[in-house]
Design a protein around this ligand. Sequence first.
Ligand code: SF4
Length: 111
Amino acid sequence: MSRSKRKPNQEEIDAARRDPRLREALTAARDDSEWRLRGECLSADPETFFPEPQAQQSPAEALALCSNCPVQARCLAWALDAGDRNGVWGGTTPRERRAMILAWKDAVRAA
Ligand code: SF4
């Protein structure tokens, strides 16, 4: 198993709990069903966000678009709800989201 596919450890999950992106996602409006239409990535090449597995592509370009996106928190909430571990969503990489998804489930349960 490669390092990037391993299960997050408790330290990583605790760090994800403190991540401001996760906190903002928790406060994102859930009734906004049209958030995708306002995303900065709407006209971007999908491969920027979902590169071929063998491409070894840096997520920097996708993350830069996310950083200016008005629906970043809603997008991340969607990806965490869906448990999506592929591509860049809401300004996070798949690797970051692995721990975040576990922290998210706990936070949503406790809300
Ligand atoms: S946060 Fe990133 S992935 Fe999500 S809609 Fe905005 S640009 Fe697209």
